[in-house]
Structure formats: structure tokens, C-alpha cells
Design a protein around this ligand. Sequence first.
Ligand code: 5GP
Length: 193
Amino acid sequence: METHSSHKIVILAAPSGAGKTTIMARMMEWMPDQLSFSVSSTTRAPREGERDGVDYFFISEEQFKNNIEADGFLEWEMVYNGQYYGTTKKEMERIWNLNKVPLLDIDVYGAMKVKSIYGSQVLSIFIQPPSLQTLRERLIQRGKDSMENIEKRLAKAAEEIAQKIHFDTIVVNDDLNKACENVHKAVVEFLKN
Ligand code: 5GP
């Protein structure tokens, strides 16, 4: 992949239910000329309302594995339930060619992988939910997942929170508006240099 030292990447990682989707949307709204959402590829089924090529590229396990073979991923993980998620090099190039900075919504391990490759060209932000109990309540309220899936997401959340020390910036989301402002501030500062 052709990269340049001026190429930057912003990563938002957070346990699901930590408010990441709202923060992502707000960043795209506030900085449409600077940031572009990086559309990941996944083997999981689309949820209601999700669009192929917009929220994710929904692909088969065979297509995903072929792309691993072809060295097409910057990073990929089997996140849970045996589902694969990955950021393609092609997607990074598409966004850099627009002279924009990719905004990645990926899990902590993917974030650490990208950070290890691109170092100071990456701003990695961890969104921390106030507590696992709050996270549990939010996931139940959201009503998108079965109880079994919620338990899986919570187990993964606890694991992810333990990794927050590896991030450039930690933003606690106890107040969604404040969290958005803090993320915005960090991104503006990062893009200045
Ligand atoms: P969801 O299924 O709720 O959309 O996403 C589940 C988890 O997968 C989230 O933590 C999300 O950030 C992560 N994820 C989404 N895309 C990618 C990706 O391309 N790479 C990695 N490593 N994780 C991803």
C-alpha cells in the first residue's frame, strides 16, 4: 500500500453501548471536509437499517478469507460470534485520495494493530463507559441484542476496558455532549500538526 508520512488516521474504539455510534456521527457532522468514515468489511449479517457499502461492506466468509490471502487488510479481527471484521487497505487509500483522514470505528485490538503500524500518524481514542452496570443498562435499553449477546458484549467490554492504557487519549462518556466535545478537541489538535 502506498503511504505517505502526511497520511493520518483517527481511531475511535469503545465497548459497544459506550456511545461510540453517536460520537462517530457527530464527528462526521462537525468535520465533513476533514474526516471520512472508514467502511469496514464484515461477515456478520446486516442489522435492520444498515446499508451495504455505507455502514459496512457485508461480505461472505469466503470473500473475507480471500482478502486475507491477498493481503488486502490493514487489520482484521474475529471480534465475536465467529464474525470477522476488517479494515481494507483499499478503503484507506480511497479516503487519503480524497485528501481526507479516515475515521475508524474498530475494536481495541484492531486499534492497537493500526497504531503499531502507523505510530504518530495515528490518533487512537478510547471511549470509556462510566461503568459496566451503565453499559449493561444501555445495551438492554437499545434492544438490539439478545440477552446472550449482551452478556458476550459485556464480557468483551471488560476485556477492552483493560486495554485502554494503550490509547493516545481516553474520553469518559458520562455525558454524551461533553464526550463529543472532548473527542472533537483531540481530533482538531491532532490534525493541526
Ligand atoms: P458491531 O457488530 O456492533 O457493528 O461491531 C462490533 C465490534 O466490531 C465493534 O467494537 C466495532 O468497533 C468492531 N469493528 C467494526 N469494524 C471493525 C474492523 O474493521 N476491525 C476491527 N478490528 N474491529 C471492527
